[in-house]
Write a protein that binds this ligand. Structure first.
Ligand code: C5P
Length: 308
């Protein structure tokens, strides 16, 4: 990627256990997150003047689902948090920038698109402004933007615990392919958490590696997405999507991601997922098939420097 572009990959929860609840209402989770090749793209353009302000323009397939330039967009909030973090003396020397978001992931759909965009904005702005902040500070900023933002910083497979911000490496994954399907309805995350059946699920026991997809599917089949039933009750079309994925030739496992409505299926290879896609396509459903994101986006340490 050029220094002025970042990809914000879809985050998929291969399983999601609700393990407890904090006093502030946030839920404690145990989840295995991986990233699919499907992504939004953020492009940075020079703005006018200095002060470290971040403007936003949205284009792409799902742009109509987002309001332009709105102050509560996570990209703009990421810029404001970073500006506040470096302090007014440094911020007033930073050039203003515009971020052009090409929105190719469905909005509010359980694949962390908004969180991935926020994390990509942090990576992009750190590079563009030549800033270096500690890993701990970056994680803290990310967590303030949302529980899913920290895992999206590196875009590497990770186990998420706490409210999502406690990250440990995932088991080594076998080669596989993935299909994502979204039925076009957005589901409210707080509503899904509120309407899930009471009770908690223990954290999963995971191996250090899965040598074959069959091993991985066997272990994942013993896990659940604890939000799936509640999301299906709110949006019954999710059940139709899951039925279509289960019936797709070569599907090894099908499940909802996050709080929905996007569902995923695992296949033997990206080619097998792509071959099965026509059998799943239906009406205005968004269907994507391909590989997991295997490169990640690890931030390189860089020297403290400011634009002249
Ligand atoms: O952190 P994020 O903005 O993604 O969360 C959206 C909402 O989802 C929260 O306001 C909360 O209601 C719910 N949530 C939760 N427990 C989590 C993550 C999210 O209850 N671990």
């Amino acid at each position: 990627m050029s220094p002025l572009r970042e990809l914000a990959h879809a985050k998929i929860n291969l399983y999601l256990h609700v393990t407890g609840r904090r006093d502030d209402g946030y839920h404690l989770l145990d989840s295995l997150a991986v990233f699919a090749g499907a992504a939004d793209e953020l492009r940075l353009e020079q703005g006018a003047g200095r002060g470290g302000h971040v403007g936003l323009r949205v284009e792409g397939t799902f742009a109509p689902g987002l309001r332009d330039d709105c102050a509560d967009n996570l990209i703009v909030r990421a810029g404001a948090l970073l500006r506040a973090h470096v302090g007014p003396d440094m911020a007033h020397r930073l050039p203003n920038v515009d971020i052009v978001l090409r929105k190719e992931l469905p909005v509010a759909s359980g694949i962390g698109g908004g969180s991935a965009d926020a994390a990509a904005a942090l990576r992009l702005l750190l590079k563009a402004w030549g800033l270096s902040i500690s890993r701990a500070d970056l994680m803290a900023l990310a967590t303030r933007l949302g529980a899913d933002v920290p895992v999206c910083l590196d875009q590497m497979p990770a186990r998420m615990e706490g409210i999502g911000e406690e990250l440990t490496p995932a088991p080594v994954l076998p080669p596989c392919g993935m299909m994502l399907v979204n039925c076009g309805q957005s589901v409210s995350t707080p509503q899904v958490f509120r309407s899930r059946a009471p009770g908690f699920t223990p954290r999963a026991g995971l191996p250090a590696r899965w040598s074959t997809l069959a091993d991985m599917v066997r272990d994942l089949s013993a896990q659940t997405n604890d939000l799936q039933d509640a999301a299906c009750a709110i949006c019954p079309e999710i059940t139709t999507v899951l039925d279509a994925l289960h019936a797709a030739p070569g599907c090894r496992l099908a499940r909802m991601s996050g709080s929905g409505a996007t569902c995923f299926a695992l296949f033997d290879s990206p080619e097998a997922a792509q071959a099965a896609a026509p059998a799943v396509r239906h009406g205005n459903w968004w269907v994507w098939a391909g590989d997991l994101c295997r490169t990640g986006a690890r931030l390189e340490p860089r020297a403290d420097s400011l634009p002249a």
